[in-house]
Design a protein around this ligand. Structure first.
Ligand SMILES: [Zn+2]
Length: 424
């Protein structure tokens, strides 16, 4: 891992300070000191002449991507079972694959492949579901920490309605979760997040215990919400006394009492959307997954208008790629399809979808996901072909997002440290 975390970087810089605007500088300068961006300027900053200059003329410099929902063990089942919908797909594939991670050697073989691919795709921050297995979850955290990625990782909790090999003893699961929290909560980059799989696979006793752990240790929460009509019906049957799916999480201290990520959030009433906004719960939009499992078309514009924090996720293996620019494009495409049937829901602009994939998700980790002074130096350097050099920086980004590939990403940095390929 590159040690030097103070330098001046020169190139075509672009980021979104808010969802409605790009800020860009052609041949601009970023000053990075001790892993943090301390200045950005159009001119070569004279005050920092003692720092090494890294020249990247003609290349694009942008914030790293924040993948706010993915299942690490599902790396081995990407693309499989896509003819099914959620509950059948879970039974047919996921619940058969995840028990393999009971074997730490299997985790040692698979997780480095996943983490390398995340870095190669330009993902610098991620919120990740592991499995129920404590040892394998530690291996995932170790792998992320060694690579230098920023992540929240959850040891998954499941104690009902699951395959026998994935059904935990409730007390043991809570004890394992507490030990996992204690082990990782002080780490700089890789931190624990409380992770009930979803309401159908957790008992009231489990959720009570998890809510207590989240609040006692001030740990965030991640889970799934309102992804599929069959899933929502199942939650109604399991918890008939709760008004909404989200009311179950809320009742057990798992819905905004500490910072919370809820994946999908597709099928919500206006009242539920308002509750999410009030509780500052993030909706994590996973466009590829929602299409693959025919879960539905996320009403992203409606959620944004209501003031809900929205971020993006790949949701492998419901999704089939770790490459976030594809999710940015799909989020825009889904919003365009929705606008055909709901004209009041205007399509997402590129700056908005880019913001969701960078600063919106990045904010969950603190000051990351942008290139403003004060932010962590988490960024990418990408190639732009010669025939696009006369374009504006914004056009170059458009080209990269729609037509670029992971191979165009030359370098990836977290806290000013290179985590991919060449270093300064
Ligand atoms: Zn998921």
């Amino acid at each position: 891992m590159e040690k030097q975390t103070s330098f001046v970087l020169q190139g075509n810089i672009i980021y979104t300070p808010d969802k409605d605007h790009f800020v860009s500088l052609k041949d601009g300068y970023l000053v990075i000191e001790n892993g943090r961006i301390t200045a950005i300027s159009a001119q070569k900053p004279a005050d920092y002449s003692s720092l090494p200059l890294k020249e990247c003329s003609g290349k694009l410099i942008m914030p790293g991507f924040a993948d706010m929902h993915l299942h690490a063990p599902q790396y081995i089942q990407i693309g499989m079972g896509m003819d099914d919908q959620l509950l059948d797909w879970l039974d047919q594939y996921t619940f058969k694959e995840e028990p393999k991670f009971a074997d730490p050697n299997f985790a040692r073989k698979i997780y480095p492949l996943l983490v390398d691919e995340l870095a190669n795709c330009g993902t610098t921050s991620a919120a990740i579901f592991a499995t129920i297995h404590k040892e394998s979850t530690d291996i995932l955290c170790d792998t992320l920490a060694q690579k230098g990625l920023r992540a929240y990782v959850g040891k998954v909790n499941m104690d009902t309605n699951s395959a026998p090999a994935l059904t935990e003893d409730t007390e043991q699961s809570l004890a394992d979760t507490e030990a996992f929290i204690q082990k990782w909560q002080k780490h700089d980059l890789v931190k624990p997040i409380v992770t009930p799989r979803f309401v159908p696979s957790t008992t009231a006793k489990m959720m009570t215990g998890l809510g207590k752990l989240a609040q006692e240790y001030h740990i965030p929460v991640q889970s799934h919400l309102s992804e599929n009509p069959g899933e929502i019906q199942l939650v109604k049957e399991l918890f008939p006394e709760d008004k909404y799916y989200m009311s179950v999480y809320e009742r057990f201290g798992l819905f905004g009492q500490t910072p919370t990520l809820m994946a999908h959030c597709i099928h919500l009433s206006d009242e539920e959307i308002d509750i999410m906004a009030k509780r500052k719960v993030y909706a994590v939009h996973c466009p590829a997954s929602n299409l693959n499992l025919a879960s539905g078309l996320m009403p992203t514009r409606k959620l944004l208008n209501a003031g809900v924090n929205v971020a993006l996720g790949t949701d492998i293996g419901g999704g089939h790629t770790l490459y976030m620019p594809h999710e940015i494009v799909r989020a825009i495409e889904i919003s365009k399809i929705r606008s055909l049937y709901h004209p009041e829901e205007t399509p997402l602009k590129l700056c908005e979808a880019f913001y969701l994939a960078t600063k919106a998700g990045g904010a969950f980790f603190g000051q990351t996901g942008s290139l403003e002074a004060g932010c962590s130096a988490d960024f990418l350097i990408t190639d732009i072909p010669d025939f696009q050099q006369d374009r504006t920086v914004e056009e170059q980004l458009q080209y990269f997002i729609y037509h670029g590939t992971a191979q165009d990403i030359r370098e990836v940095y977290v806290n000013g440290r290179s985590i991919k390929k060449q270093t300064i």
